[in-house]
Design a protein around this ligand. Structure first.
Ligand code: 8YV
Length: 332
């Protein structure tokens, strides 16, 4: 005897595209409540009490919040990074965590490379200079930038996005690539296009040799504050630092010191320890900083693809199926 699947309770905590919301509503009872909007916080908290599944991103999900969700089976994050989720608490409750790796790799790598170009060639500064009406004669050396092609690219973190950045540098710009990660990547097997073009390098040596250092690190206990005064002090005079991973991997006071007194020529930042970037942060207006509002994956195409994957993950788990992209939690 066929049984009609029961409609379960789904809480959407960050807006989804209408077509993906409709997919959820076709099978389950859906509440949309974004807890970062004060007026929606009561509805969020009320829906937590009966939620079987959550879908959204960029909101801290800790043990205290999970204690308000006694029926929760799964969280489907519309993100590849999961540092805003208390993984131990999820594991202890047996709550599954899904995320959206892969679909945002190329877009995020494009964003990172745009920061490499913007900082090296001073694109934002000079575009503003033209906009403000200063271009009244041929430019002089004071407006020159620095070449990107052929420079040594150092990448901290060599997962999907780090490798995509390496492809852009090595294959598109003729850049020797040094990368630092916990373990060397078997390039011949996993990234043959980078074989012979990217070298697993100790952190200190990478910082000393690279002209452009890109941080593509997830945030964990191991990576929090990894780039501090010692690390910035190792970097070459005139080096450029770009962060496209997580802001808290960088000690921002050390970054500011390197920009103001040390060796750093410029910094391109898409992520920050606190987001949105506080109005009183010196990084917001620093002349050597190009700051973006965490737009790594923020294109129409990619954010839709992420929402499709996250919605599929959630529907699969609620149907008792294996999701396309589960995040392996630490042992509970
Ligand atoms: C945004 C990201 O946080 O996927 C991640 O981990 O950092 C970015 O893609 C995410 O897209 C928010 O929905």
């Amino acid at each position: 005897m066929s049984t009609t699947p029961t409609r379960q309770q789904v809480l959407v905590f960050r807006e989804l595209p209408p077509d993906q919301l409709a997919r959820l509503q076709a099978q389950h009872d859906v509440t949309v409540a974004n807890p970062r909007l004060l007026e929606q916080l009561p509805a969020f908290r009320a829906a937590l009490a009966t939620a079987d599944g959550l879908i959204g991103s960029s909101y801290k999900v800790d043990a205290a919040l999970l204690a308000c969700a006694p029926q929760l089976k799964v969280i489907s994050s519309v993100s590849v990074g999961v540092d805003n989720y208390d993984l131990q608490a999820l594991a202890a409750r047996g709550i599954m965590l899904c995320h959206t790796p892969g679909v945002l790799t190329e877009t995020t790598a494009d964003t990172v490379f745009s920061l490499i170009m913007a900082t090296s060639r001073r694109l934002v500064e000079l575009a503003n200079w033209v906009r403000e009406g200063h271009w009244t004669s041929n430019i002089g050396e004071d407006l020159f930038g620095w070449d990107v092609h052929g420079k040594t690219l150092g990448i901290l973190g060599f997962g999907r996005i780090g490798q995509a950045v390496a492809r852009r540098g090595a294959l598109g710009f003729g850049m020797p690539v040094l990368y630092h990660s916990r373990r060397p990547v078997d390039l011949a097997k996993d990234a043959p296009e980078l074989a012979g073009k990217a070298s697993h390098t100790p952190l200190d040596e990478l910082l000393q040799r690279a002209d452009i250092v890109v941080a593509m690190l997830p945030l964990s206990n191991e990576t929090r504050g990894l780039m501090g005064a010692r690390e910035f002090g190792l970097m070459k005079p005139g080096a450029i630092f770009v962060n496209g991973g997580r802001g808290a991997t960088v000690q921002e006071t050390a970054l500011l010191h390197a920009l103001n007194h040390g060796t750093l020529r410029a910094a391109g930042l898409d992520v920050f320890a606190t987001e949105p970037l506080p109005m009183d942060s010196p990084l917001r207006t620093h002349p050597k900083v190009t700051a973006l509002p965490h737009i790594g994956s923020a294109t129409f195409e990619t954010r839709h693809a992420m929402a499709v994957l996250a919605t599929s993950n959630l529907l699969q788990v609620l149907a008792g199926e294996t999701p396309q992209a589960v995040f392996e939690l630490p042992p509970g």
